[in-house]
Write a protein that binds this ligand. Structure first.
Ligand SMILES: [Zn+2]
Length: 395
């Protein structure tokens, strides 16, 4: 620190690097040729609630290697208007609190928070080394954001319970990017991948890592079964008499629950369905039975029961279940792998729940990059400490 000023907006402190010869902001080498000078400011941590800015006449240098570049300063990343300490503080808050708290406390816009997090995460990842080392059991899933119009693909390490990779998109091509980053050697070490039964990701996995066991988790099978019941219900509503219509319409949620979780009024609804609509009740039983098969502990029992179920569903005369049976038969091996390995996506689903909350909070970031940085910040096993420093040591 060399001097300070009080201004309307707060306190401005003049600082300069401890080194004399400027360094290139890109490569860090000492450079003697100075191109020009310009006064700049960096937002630092508040001082007793007062906004504090650092001021320095920054030089642009002529680096023999990189060309004309802004010189390096020890307190901030090139191109950022915030000090390292301030950026760490923002990331610390963003990891732990909600949007209003971060923007209110730091007095910055949410989009600025997004840009800061991107820089913090990049620095973290550079320091931390490769997160993709040692992966054996992974999960792949998609998250929708911005009102479901856009997607990010997320790869989770089951063992560490962390998001290890994420990218915009949800195609086979998107996931291929992950396997390319992983490289053939580490691809060969993957033992199992939990995944959605829908096509795009499956192809990317079999292409890159054919030895890995694909596991179709209970949650995705459950979702398909619920969809099938709902399809039958809608069809029955369409064909029902006017007085039955209203009653059938209101059974949707009751039919999705486990029987032992039903409230009395929902139980009444299921009983009504049992009495009034055999087809819909059959759909309900098919769904419940399938989920019960997946909860079996012994693989040979589960395997036999699944075959019985497949035979029943194929003969059920309910088109959505005939279709579901076809899908399940095709992926039988991966579904039974769930029973065998118990690669329980409870953990991943928990992580997914968290990721979904973050996705909603990140609404307003306007780009996938900031959302992905936020996902890493909150679900990537990253530790950010709040900044506690001597006020005159700003780096
Ligand atoms: Zn350089």
């Amino acid at each position: 620190m060399t001097a300070f000023d009080f201004e309307d907006e707060g306190l401005v402190v003049d600082v300069k690097p401890t080194w004399r010869v400027p360094r290139c902001g890109d490569c860090g080498r000492k450079v003697h040729g100075v191109h020009d000078r310009r006064q700049r400011r960096w937002r630092h941590l508040d001082l007793a609630g007062i906004k504090l800015e650092l001021r320095y006449v920054i030089r642009r240098v002529r680096c023999p290697r990189c060309g004309v570049k802004v010189e390096q300063v020890p307190w901030a990343e090139a191109g950022s208007g915030f000090t390292f300490a301030a950026e760490r503080e923002v990331a610390y808050l963003a990891q732990r609190t909600d949007r209003t708290t971060v923007t209110g406390l730091m007095r910055i816009a949410w989009r600025t928070v997004g840009r800061i997090i991107r820089r913090v995460i990049r620095r973290h990842r550079e320091q931390r080394g490769d997160q993709l080392d040692g992966l054996r059991l992974i999960g792949v899933d998609e998250l929708s954001y911005r009102r479901h119009h856009q997607y990010v693909t997320v790869v989770v390490d089951h063992e560490r319970g962390e998001i290890v990779w994420a990218a915009e998109g949800k195609s086979a091509e998107t996931l291929k990017g992950f396997f390319e980053a992983l490289g053939p050697e580490r691809c060969a070490k993957l033992e199992a991948v939990t995944i959605d039964m829908s096509g795009a990701y499956i192809k990317a996995v079999t292409d890159a890592s054919p030895q890995a066991q694909m596991v179709f988790d209970r949650f995705h099978v459950q979702r398909l079964a619920h969809d099938a019941v709902d399809e039958v219900r809608r069809e029955e509503v369409r064909n029902a008499s006017p007085e039955d219509k209203a009653e059938l319409k209101n059974t949707r949620w009751a039919l999705q629950k486990n029987p032992w979780n039903l409230h009395d009024f929902e139980l009444d609804k299921v009983t009504m369905v049992q009495r009034a609509n055999r087809r819909l009740y059959r759909a309900y039983l098919l769904k419940e039975t399938l989920l019960a098969v997946l909860d079996r502990k012994q693989i040979n029992v589960a395997s036999a029961k699944l075959d019985e179920w497949l035979a029943w569903a194929s003969r059920s005369k309910l088109t959505p279940f005939v279709k579901l049976a076809r899908t399940i038969r095709k992926h039988r091996d991966g579904i039974l792998a769930y029973v065998r390995t118990r690669l329980n996506n409870g953990r991943v689903e928990g992580l997914n729940g968290k990721a979904r909350v973050i996705t909603r909070r990140a609404f307003g970031f306007h780009d996938a990059g900031a959302l992905i940085a936020m996902l890493f910040l909150c679900c990537g096993g990253i530790h950010v400490a709040p900044t506690r420093i001597c006020p005159f040591e700003v780096h």
